[in-house]
Write a protein that binds this ligand. Sequence first.
Ligand code: AMP
Length: 137
Amino acid sequence: MHETIFDKIVRREVPAEIVYEDDETLAFLDIAPSNPGHVLVIPKKNVRNVLDADKDTWMSVMETVRTIAPGVMKAVGATGINVISNAEESSGQVVFHLHVHLIPRFENDGHKLFVNKKYEEDEMSVVAEKIRTELAS
Ligand code: AMP
């Protein structure tokens, strides 16, 4: 089992600004926020990311996300929120303990999270068919 700093936060061995806790999950402020009120929701259980998560662990994290998102937004006066979970290095994951970012958003805050690419001709249907085949196997 790979230990990360988030396990130490769960055990209170490393300080964190904890804003919510229940039996399965913990929510605390990201130390390097994209905006004020940027919260990380984690399972207390040591799970690497969504690709590694059992259903109960994932559902408990998402239930905490659903429960706290409106309060996080209200506390900082946000008008929107991004819910993001990185999985593996190519996606930007640097802490290998499952976490969901709650990033409060404000009108004209300057963030651009997604780039929009274009498919080549016929590429979209080929990609969709590959995914359908993979999911059916
Ligand atoms: P990711 O790139 O999705 O793995 O995000 C990891 C996040 O954890 C980053 O946004 C970091 O700023 C945040 N982080 C790392 N160490 C700590 C810590 N000790 N307390 C709070 N947030 C942390």
